[in-house]
Design a protein around this ligand. Structure first.
Ligand code: 1CP
Length: 355
């Protein structure tokens, strides 16, 4: 394998010294880019982009080609490939979110769910990872990812996106054994899926617990964090002679950072509701931090974006252990020029915080 030409993202996740703060954006390949919209039109729909390794590679590279400041690539795929491989029948209605042909409602439904084999049932994702690694040729590291068991369970039980997770939470309180069985099957699947991505060439992995923050403090521990801890303990942590850092991102998990920092990962993703400087004090030297600019700041003028980047860098302060990112995904309405201004500001303004 080619040596990495830019490894500051991996170094920052391990709190090793860097020249400037590394940066990438959640959902960096997506609808705000006209080149992405063109590829999606060519592929026909979103799932065809994900399932064809050449298309997945093409759209992964688009933000990197447009923005030389990006310090990491992220596999183009979706967290919902796992429920699809479990037989739920994922589809996207145009202009709407994800939907499933089958929903999971009863213990019997959960008992009948197969545990997918990553090579056989999700081979298209493994192929996308190795294709992207080849195309990157050492430019920047490649991030693999999966959804957390809790977040995946919400889609499987609701049958799609949800505002209040009514069915999943009813199951949590009425039938906790059933939900635990589902979460356990998902944790096993996510572990082997992420290990498959690592073996195929992913150099860091992120677990997206997008909806963990909707739980009570007690339910979060039992139904989300416990399963992420289990996954982390089963992951391959070194490959190709390098550490493979693990990032846990619970959106709206700011109240629980101390316990998330104890789950065994290398880094925590932060949304914009927490102050990154206070978060750093709370987690101490245990983990690195990734985040945390409000993605809506990208609607504002470049000067305002730059000021907000400066404020977050100053709040984190001197030294390594910070990967700059948005607090959640970039939205389709953002002007690509503003994303560029954001990325340039991170590198320009952060040099002063590193020796
Ligand atoms: O083209 C389109 O209209 C599809 C939009 C889209 C895109 C670009 C979807 C459907 N997924 C993706 C790609 C995607 N999804 C990536 C690609 C890599 C990158 O970051 O560039 C990643 C990491 C995801 C992960 C994902 N999918 C999450 C976790 C991250 C997060 O944003 O919280 C979640 C919750 C999903 C489900 C999903 N898939 C797609 C949509 C629109 C959604 C969210 C629906 C909802 O809000 O419930």
């Amino acid at each position: 394998m080619t040596a990495l030409k830019n490894d500051r993202f991996l170094r920052a996740l391990l709190k090793q010294p860097v020249d400037v703060t590394p940066v990438w954006m959640m959902r960096q390949a997506g609808r705000y880019l006209p080149e992405y919209r063109a590829s999606r039109a060519k592929a026909g729909d979103f799932m065809s982009l994900c399932m064809n390794p050449a298309f997945a590679c093409e759209v992964t590279m688009q933000p990197l080609d447009r923005y030389p400041q990006l310090d990491a690539a992220i596999l183009f795929s979706d967290i919902l490939t796992i429920p699809d491989a479990m037989g739920q029948g994922l589809y996207f209605e145009s202009g709407e979110g994800p939907r499933f042909k089958k929903v999971v409602s009863t213990l019997a439904d959960i008992e009948a769910l197969p545990i997918p084999d990553p090579q056989k049932d999700l081979g298209y994702v493994m192929d996308a990872v190795s294709t992207i690694r080849r195309e990157l040729n050492g430019r920047v590291p490649l991030i693999g990812f999966a959804g957390s068991p809790w977040t995946l369970a919400t889609y499987m039980v609701e049958g799609g996106s949800s505002k209040d997770y009514r069915k999943t939470k009813t199951m949590l309180y009425d039938n906790p054994q059933a939900l635990h069985l589902l979460l356990d099957k998902l944790a096993q699947t996510v572990t082997s899926y992420l290990n498959g991505q690592i073996m195929a060439g992913a150099q860091a992995v992120q677990i997206f617990d997008s909806w963990g923050g909707s739980l009570s403090a007690a339910a979060y521990q039992e139904f989300s964090l416990a399963y992420m801890r289990k996954i982390v303990s089963g992951l391959i942590r070194e490959h190709e002679g390098r550490k493979v850092p693990v990032i846990l991102f619970t959106k709206n998990g700011g109240l629980w950072l101390e316990s998330i920092a104890d789950a065994g990962a290398d880094a925590l993703g932060l949304d914009w509701t927490c102050d990154i400087g206070s978060a750093r004090e709370r987690v101490g030297s245990k983990v690195a931090l990734q985040g945390n600019m409000d993605p809506t700041v990208l609607y504002a003028k470049p000067e305002a974006i730059r000021a907000e980047v400066g404020r977050i860098l100053a709040s984190y302060g001197k030294g390594s252990g910070h990967v700059f990112n948005l607090g959640h995904g970039i939205t389709p309405e953002v002007d690509p020029e503003h994303a560029g201004a954001f990325l340039r500001a991170v590198h320009e303004l952060s040099a002063q915080y590193h020796e």
